[in-house]
Design a protein around this ligand. Structure first.
Ligand SMILES: Cc1cc2nc3c(=O)[nH]c(=O)nc-3n(C[C@H](O)[C@H](O)[C@H](O)COP(=O)(O)OP(=O)(O)OC[C@H]3O[C@@H](n4cnc5c(N)ncnc54)[C@H](O)[C@@H]3O)c2cc1C
Length: 413
């Protein structure tokens, strides 16, 4: 039990994933009394690496320059990069059903890299190691939110949170960072627009015959996009043969591919990538994630704010989901600090709406772009295929347009 007498906080952040944990760190130097809760124990332990036999977290993210910069500002980037991360300087995107292709290069936009691939667990471990030391933050024992209730205490508005174990907390502001299936979003009746992509993402790690050369590859197959994201088995390693795979496909195809033996899967995967990296020599366990597009029509309701996947989930084809979530919490933290400096209440609606205004249009824009890509590449008729191949090759040849796309994807514009 957390406490018989409910504790009072200025802010409760629900969800200690990459987004919620980053927000907790961003609010470090504020006078706010903050609690971080999660249904699982917040783990600040070390990750164990067996150098002889690298084992990767199947969940990885491609972080933009803007996200990396945030981790640098939070003082956790050294910890992340010291474990392992893999920056990539080039990205190749092509249409498996035609001749269209685009090659993005960091050098073309005067950058040293286009992005960095890091396992999600490495990021959360680094953030958790920092936040357990923060003076204004209490990391509470596992707390699964079951019930929310608006109450008044001494004339002030509070939210009462109840856990499945019957523990209770009071807070002036609740930030929902509890992921795609947010219980808070559901309990507080936030409206959403959502639809099933009819795609599942198969995720695993492979070792390939040829080196990845720090290049991210994405191939649009008839069944959906297949990404090979470069990994590094340890910091400063020159072994360039590991890649993380995100292969999106219709559920029937996913079922078929999951049923293949490892040897059959390795052959199919190498063929799907047109053997760009030669044979697939080793494959780890395969996992499936259902993909659903969802966007809350508002991010703010009374004293509750949605951030990250609780506010929006997006197809992983452009690797933007968590990057958008990190931009959300950066904007929210800035607005909360501005509000405090101006003497406003922590749940002041003007302050919270300033956050919503900054983020909602940007997130929606990215979601529609991804939706457009998904539909464009799902088209099978000859005219659409011809047009998209012409389109891709045209973009590839117009460097201003191509570089603008690259800068947007990196979070620079
Ligand atoms: C296959 C795949 C590949 C992806 N690749 C990329 C990529 O390359 N780049 C990118 O930017 N994004 C990528 N994404 C998206 C990215 O993984 C998500 O956007 C990101 O993980 C969301 O982070 P979050 O902190 O908002 O939510 P989550 O990581 O889901 O964290 C939510 C937290 O809330 C806790 N929680 C849940 N319910 C409760 C409750 N009732 N009470 C208390 N706690 C609760 C959970 O335990 C968890 O710790 C990918 C997604 C998928 C599926």
């Amino acid at each position: 039990m957390i406490s018989k007498q409910p504790e009072e906080f200025d802010v409760v952040i629900a969800g200690a994933g990459m987004v919620g944990a980053s927000l907790a760190c961003l609010l470090e130097n504020t006078p706010l009394r903050i609690a971080l809760i999660d249904q699982l124990p917040v783990n600040s332990g070390e990750i164990f690496f067996d150098k002889a036999q690298p084992k990767f977290d199947p969940r990885v993210s491609a972080f933009t320059k803007a996200s990396k910069q945030l981790f640098i500002e939070l003082g956790v980037w050294q910890d992340i990069a010291g474990k392992r991360s893999c920056s990539y300087q080039d990205m190749q995107v092509w249409d498996a059903q035609g001749t269209g292709s685009i090659h993005f290069s960091a050098a073309d936009i005067n950058q040293t890299e286009l992005g960095t691939i890091v396992e999600n667990s490495i990021v959360t471990t680094a953030l958790h190691a920092k936040l357990v030391k923060l003076e204004n933050l209490q990391v509470l024992p596992p707390f699964t939110i079951e019930k929310l209730q608006q109450i008044r205490l001494n004339g002030e508005q509070f939210l009462q949170l109840e856990s499945s174990a019957g523990d209770t907390l009071h807070t002036r502001l609740l930030v929902a960072a509890d992921g795609a299936n947010s219980k808070i979003r559901e309990l507080a009746n936030f409206a959403t627009k959502e639809w099933d992509y009819n795609h599942q993402a198969l995720v695993t790690t492979v070792r390939t015959e040829k080196a990845h050369s720090n290049t991210a590859r994405q191939c649009f197959l008839q069944t959906g996009p297949l990404a090979f994201l470069p990994l590094s088995p340890e910091a400063d390693s020159d072994d360039q043969h590991f890649c993380s795979i995100v292969w999106s496909m219709v559920p029937e195809k996913a079922e078929e591919v999951m049923a293949l033996t490892d040897d059959q899967f390795k052959i199919q995967l190498a063929l799907a990538l047109e053997q760009e990296l030669g044979a697939v020599e080793w494959v780890d366990q395969r996992f499936i994630f259902p993909l659903r597009q969802r966007h809350a029509t508002d991010y703010v309701k009374d004293n509750i704010v949605l951030v990250g996947d609780a506010a929006h989930t997006i197809h992983p084809l452009a690797g933007q989901g968590v990057n958008l979530g990190l931009l959300d919490v950066k904007a929210l933290a800035e607005e909360l600090v501005r509000g405090i400096e101006a003497g406003r209440e922590i749940s002041d609606v003007t302050v919270l709406h300033r956050y919503q205004r900054q983020r909602i249009g940007h997130n929606l824009g990215m979601m529609w772009l991804m939706e457009g890509f998904k539909h464009l590449f799902a088209q099978q008729n000859l005219t659409a295929r011809w047009l998209r191949n012409i389109g891709m090759n045209s973009v590839n040849n117009v460097s201003i347009l191509k570089n603008q796309l690259a800068r947007r994807a990196m979070g620079l514009d």
